[in-house]
Design a protein around this ligand. Structure first.
Ligand code: FES
Length: 109
């Protein structure tokens, strides 16, 4: 749905701007390429930004604040896209020792 008919700005455009970091109506207007027009949309944009900020504040209060970024663990040596695949046992001996999780134990009849 259009928020600003004069500039052809939709609700999705405004939500996208807010999701990408615009925290004020002025920033949203700048990011959307808003040009002065009739002004009928100004209250709607302010309301959308206010609701978005309120929702974010509520989410932060419920979750204890924005999550902190954590360091990405270092890959173990030898692991990675170019590393050789681990050896998989094969042959009759491997078949005898294979265990299927959740399967009932087999007994000889
Ligand atoms: S509807 Fe946005 S300036 Fe006219």
């Amino acid at each position: 749905m259009y928020v600003c008919v004069c500039n052809a700005i939709t609700e999705d455009d405004v939500h996208g701007c807010m999701a990408s970091g615009c925290a004020t109506a002025k920033a949203v207007k700048a990011a959307c390429g808003f040009k002065p027009g009739c002004g009928m949309c100004t209250k709607r944009i302010y309301t959308m930004v206010s609701q978005y900020r309120t929702a974010n504040e509520l989410a932060d209060a419920l979750t204890g604040g924005p999550l902190a970024l954590t360091a990405v663990p270092e890959p173990s040596p030898g692991a990675g896209p170019g590393a050789p695949a681990p050896a998989v046992p094969s042959g009759p001996a491997a078949a005898e020792t294979a265990v299927i999780e959740g399967a009932a134990p087999q007994t000889a009849a």
